[in-house]
Design a binder for this molecule. Structure first.
Ligand code: PMP
Length: 454
């Protein structure tokens, strides 16, 4: 039973003692007491279906018995072994993780957060290429450190302080809102037709977006060329933004032709989330030079990683590089259990099957409701974009989005929001959810929309 502070006292304590910025992020935060698989319970014992998985962080399920067991066993054996020593947990884990990556991506650096991982990836790219400039996409979120602020391109996260030198953005090839569209070409179960003048697997819209990248390479960055291009496989915080088929493939070719490295930020899209593949980048037919990962990697335990080739990693060894907690046995034991569980419980297949069902059900809602502008995503990474006007795509005002969001929460479903206008509901549940759960979530969303939007 819950024995902690009342909801009101907890909220007051957060106002008095916590980061005040958090208050603006989630209007009415739940006081969470327990989690099991796809379910959460608050202090009053009310149960919620977790369609958010934290911020896409719980992969195999809250307190999954296999991760709990692995952590408990490691808990009484060895907590801490800085990476200058060897530990069974870290060696086993790095070996297993490396086996999940294609090609020569075999050099594993364990960190504690996605921000640390992306910071390290930029550092490596700069060391390896001897260049400084990094290109990212508009709407991207890659982390909140001063370095990464040059690649994170959503002003909801920006402070007016210097930081992130050498970061440049190019136009995001957003198939819904981008100037040239391209929605028929996105890689998603919702779109079954591919009839938008595709030639050689590449659509007109894609060519226009790639021209923008070409312009950035030609005119915005120093003539010596970029150190790297960094992108997610589907933008997460940006609002589940999908790119036209082949955008990443051609973008990688253009960056490499200029001597830059390609970094895939798999913090949200990795670990079978997108259903068809273990990594999001695989669906784009690319192999990055550096892959960064966090969130689902630890199922809620602090763990993150950078994986690259030995060649790219080499310049980093010209000086000591060390991270006190990176690769700690506790995190590695959990990480190993997550990898085993993803496989033994066929999470990829479930993401694909249940995610496709979710997309189809939401597509029906989109087709019948004037406030649902777009439904998109892949596997269990799904976005529902709310609009005031379907023709103009004017975003639904925030008060209305929040009214629907709060109603959904009251009805027992946890969602998060994203997108540059904050009008995209993000559905990224633990990978163990079922079709019945999806049906429940869709019925709740439908009810909430119908109640608040006329
Ligand atoms: N990259 C992406 C794509 C993310 O979504 C996030 C976190 N939202 C990060 C990096 C940063 O991860 P962390 O919060 O663990 O530092």
């Amino acid at each position: 039973p819950y024995t902690g502070p009342s909801y009101e006292d907890a909220l007051k304590a957060r106002r008095d003692f916590f980061n005040p910025g958090l208050v603006t992020a989630f209007g009415r935060p739940l006081l969470l007491h327990q989690g099991y698989m796809q379910w959460l319970w608050d202090q009053s014992g009310k149960r919620y279906l977790d369609m958010a998985a934290g911020i896409v962080t719980v992969s195999v399920g809250h307190c999954h018995p296999k991760t709990v067991k692995a952590l408990a066993e490691q808990n009484i054996t060895l907590w801490h072994a800085p990476s200058i020593f060897l530990s069974e947990a870290a060696i086993t884990y790095a070996t297993k993780l490396a086996s999940k990556l294609p090609g020569n991506l075999k050099s594993v650096y364990l960190t504690n957060s996605g921000t640390e991982a992306n910071d390290l990836a930029l550092h490596m790219a700069r060391l390896y290429t001897g260049r400084f400039d990094i290109i990212s996409l508009q709407n991207a979120y890659h982390g909140g450190s001063p370095h990464l602020m040059g690649t994170t391109a959503m002003n909801t996260w920006k402070h007016s302080v210097p930081g992130g030198f050498g970061g440049h953005q190019t136009v995001v090839p957003d198939v819904y809102r981008g100037p040239w569209g391209g929605s028929k070409c996105r890689d998603s179960i919702v779109q079954t037709t591919r009839n938008c003048n595709c030639k050689d697997g590449c659509c007109e819209a894609n060519e226009r977006y790639l021209e923008q990248l070409e312009n950035t390479l030609k005119f915005s960055i120093p003539k010596v060329g970029p150190a790297a291009f960094i992108a997610e496989s589907i933008q997460g915080a940006g609002g589940v933004v999908q790119f036209p088929k082949d955008y990443l493939k051609k973008a990688f070719q253009m960056i490499r032709a200029k001597g830059g490295l390609c970094i895939s930020d798999e913090v949200q899209t990795g670990f079978t989330r997108t259903g068809s593949h273990f990594w999001g980048f695989e669906a784009h037919g690319v192999v990055p030079d550096i892959v960064t990962m966090a969130k689902g990697i630890g199922n809620g335990f602090p763990l993150a990683a950078v994986v690259t080739t030995h060649e790219i990693a080499k310049p980093l060894s010209s000086a000591l590089h060390f991270n006190t907690f990176g690769g700690d046995p506790l995190a590695c034991a959990v990480g190993s259990a997550v990898l085993d569980t993803l496989e033994s419980e066929k999470c990829m297949e479930n993401s694909d099957e249940v995610g496709s069902h979710l997309l189809r059900e939401l597509q029906k809602l989109r087709d019948s409701n004037k406030f649902v502008g777009d439904v998109r995503g892949k596997g269990l990474m799904v976005g529902l974009e709310m609009v005031q006007n379907k023709e103009t795509k004017e975003p639904l005002p925030l008060e209305k989005v929040n009214a629907v969001w709060n109603e959904i929460l009251d009805l027992g479903v946890v969602l998060t929001k994203g997108g540059i206008s904050g009008n995209v509901f993000r559905l990224k549940p633990p990978l163990c959810i079922t079709k019945d759960d999806v049906n429940f979530a869709v019925s709740v969303i439908t009810k909430a929309i119908n109640k608040h939007l006329k």
